[in-house]
Design a protein around this ligand. Sequence first.
Ligand code: OVM
Length: 408
Amino acid sequence: MESAQTLQRPQVDVPATDFDPYADEVLDDPYPHYEMLRELGPVFYLSRYNAYGIARHAEIDAVLRDPVTFCSSAGVGLANFHMEEPWRKPSIILEADPPMHGRTRKVVAGLLAPASINKLRPTFERQAELLVERILDKGSFDAVTDLCEAYPLKVFADAVGIPAEGREKYLLPYGDMVFNAFGPVNERFKACLAKAQDGAIAWIAEVCRRENLTPDGFGAQLYKAADEGLLAPEEAPMLVRTLLSAGLDTTVFTLCNAILSFSRHPEQWAHVHANPALARQALEEVLRYESTFHSFYRTTTREVEVAGVPMANEQKVCVFIGSANRDPRRWGESADKFDVTRRASGNLAFGTGIHGCAGQMIARLEGEIVLTALAKRVRNIRLEGKPVIHYNNSVRGYTSMPVSVSAD
Ligand code: OVM
């Protein structure tokens, strides 16, 4: 709807750019590109993808807090589900709007509430301590496989309650597909889909079935919620799928980003090593400084203005949360500095608003526990070779990272 005010205002030209957020060179080091995007203005147009883009913290925060105008049910990737067939049945929480979203979100939020996840702490701590002893015994190891992947594949998959068999082969490739699907249908997407179709998609569907879940895990609790009438019967496996889609690759990559950041900033590790109680705030700074999730989309549900820029209905809007987390307008001149003593809260690594990550507390719990276990035992974290980046359309992490550690 065009208001009188809109008509009085001078027509704003939207800066257009042919920038490709999904190019390998950009994923290698997106931050100089993000600065360029922020300097284009509060809103720009990605001409290659026919989508608006927002790279500043304040405007992204505002968009994510207005889920009625900027909806999720048309998909949170580049594809508009009103016009294109999604690669899988849409998620009933991520790719849903109120009122459906409120109902499913409430059930998932209950599962992942602090009271429930705090019960996992002793088990999570024990597993972290075991892994840290194992890498100390080795001395040199691959931080991706031996630590960052091993930990969530054990503790989070156990918490959901899926079988051990097949986890290593299928869980991460499935998530890789989910997160590639938040970008365009590029070669990366197509290659990943072909790989996921070779077993992972079928395996995920199978482990989401009630009879394949342990009796007390999050998965079983979702089926109990359906028994109580809080969910329709067919919604329980859909939400188990959500946990397995969203909860593995993300925490794996966050741990990768933590290990890499600390190996590159030994003086920051010295702080955490000297005071392991800093682990939680250090993790928050890792999330800000090296966002795991970098960009996703909303879709306009009406004509709207963002920072004076008019948008039509049904437009895709890409929010670059990895850029918001480095925006000097929010973080000051030291935005590009990794500083574990900073107050990093308010970062958008988990999004914000009604769709803000439902698993953020368990994700933080995993990260805090691993960093604490490392801080108590490991004085030095040294990079022993070039880390190999894992290219994905929306999340950033690594496929290998040779590291050595030494104890006190
Ligand atoms: C889901 C889902 C998948 C991936 C990520 C996510 C960031 C949710 O299937 O609901 O949240």
